[in-house]
Write a protein that binds this ligand. Structure first.
Ligand code: ADP
Ligand code: MG
Length: 386
């Protein structure tokens, strides 16, 4: 199957797997975060957009209490489970994402019974483009409709987040699910993660003669463990010492005083969050004023802050960013949770081949795994596609 989701193909794959016709097919996109990294769980600002790669689920309700799940990804066999046995022990591997959503919705009193589910995703896994939220949001959107549950988009965001936090065990914020559910074609989503208020911001790259290239470094991250949780803990410590409920409440003007109260490392973590929130607000203002051609410096400043203050970059991401900048990118930064995954570069359309070639060459020179490089454009959010 190709990178664009074809509903008929997904339905046909469902039929091949389960021998019947699905009740429908739902798709939810992955996302690129334009700017605003690790600010979500600090109740700050983010500016993601949905990309033209998505997870699609074909689902048919059953009359018993059994769920059968299959993915087109790899050689994973069909997983069969009695829904009455759903627990943290039984929701393992990739099925933790769809079953986690079902578990959360059942906890909310939505009477989801047995079903067959076929997943096909074109969002690369572990590349920082949120293949996980794409699955969660496709499944949540599907059952919201199949069970006529009437949850709002903001409620579905929280369903996906709870699945990720409580079932998968990744302490992530609401960025990914909000992007996947709230996006519309040609726009980014400006989201206040404290209030869940959002505003669509036009992002017409083509009209400005620009495109965004994703460089998937192929360095995979694991958010359930390690660095992501450690960064979150640092932010919580910083907020506690500074006497605020979340780092959202620390302003740039408070930083000199904060530096005297925090240890050196925690201070740098805090400074990233504080300056990143401001960069999101500045990006909105610049987009409004001068359009995407003028946001490059903010993107690059965000990368520098993540590299030096938050320390979530890696040599492959830095090389992708530096090489893109040296070959015509207006701005570049790692995107997503970090420790691997993808970088984005904002480039004039005419420079695409030059930047691609330069990054491929630089990775080969450094003996890094060859990256996957592709353009993305702002796409619609989660929806029924068949
Ligand atoms: P990201 O969200 O950045 O892609 P995560 O680690 O949050 O990375 O999510 C990746 C996980 O999502 C994979 O380990 C796998 O369990 C699941 N996943 C992603 N794509 C698929 C797919 N097509 N089929 C089955 N599981 C998938
Ligand atoms: Mg994820």
């Amino acid at each position: 199957m190709s990178q664009s989701i074809n509903a008929a193909e997904v339905a046909a794959a469902f039929t091949e797997a389960f021998g019947s016709t699905p009740d429908g097919v739902w798709a939810a996109p992955g996302r690129v975060n334009l700017i605003g990294e690790h600010t979500d769980y600090n109740e700050g600002f983010v500016l993601p957009f949905a990309i033209d790669r998505a997870a699609a689920v074909a689902i048919k309700l059953r009359t018993d209490n059994v769920a059968r799940l299959r993915s087109s990804y790899g050689e994973a066999p069909t997983v069969t489970i009695d829904l009455d046995t759903l627990s943290h022990e039984t929701m393992q591997g990739w099925t933790a994402y769809p079953l986690g959503v079902v578990w959360v919705m059942r906890q909310m009193g939505i009477a989801i019974g047995g079903f067959d589910l076929f997943l096909h995703s074109t969002v690369p896994s572990g590349a920082g483009l949120s293949s996980s939220a794409a699955i969660e949001c496709a499944v949540a959107t599907a059952f919201n409709e199949l069970e006529a549950a009437g949850l709002s988009l903001n409620e579905l965001v929280l369903v996906g987040q709870r699945a990720e936090n409580e079932v998968v065990g990744a302490p992530t914020g609401i960025l990914d699910q909000s992007a996947s559910l709230l996006s519309t074609d040609g726009h980014a989503v400006f989201l206040d993660c404290r209030t869940q208020e959002s505003k669509l911001v036009p992002l017409d790259l083509a009209a400005a003669g620009l495109l965004i290239l994703v460089v998937d470094t192929k360095v995979t991250h694991a958010h359930a463990t390690g660095g992501y949780s450690a960064r979150r803990a640092s932010c919580e410590l910083g907020a506690e010492v500074l006497g605020v409920s979340a780092l959202r409440d620390v302003a740039a003007a408070d930083l000199p005083e904060a530096s005297g109260l925090l240890d050196e490392e925690t201070f740098r973590r805090v400074r990233h969050i504080v300056t990143e929130n401001q960069r999101v607000l500045d990006t909105i203002a610049v987009l409004d004023d001068a359009g995407p051609v003028a946001i490059g410096e903010l993107l690059t400043a965000s990368h520098v802050s993540m590299r030096d203050d938050f320390e979530i970059s890696c040599p492959e991401l830095d090389l992708a960013v530096n090489t893109a900048l040296a070959h015509g990118a207006l701005g570049a930064r790692m995107t997503g949770g970090g420790f691997g995954g993808s970088a984005i570069a904002l480039i004039p359309v005419a420079e695409e081949a030059t930047v691609r070639d330069a990054v491929v060459h630089a990775f080969a020179e450094a003996s890094f795994t060859a990256p996957d490089i592709f353009a993305v454009s702002p796409a619609p959010g989660a929806r029924k596609i068949s």
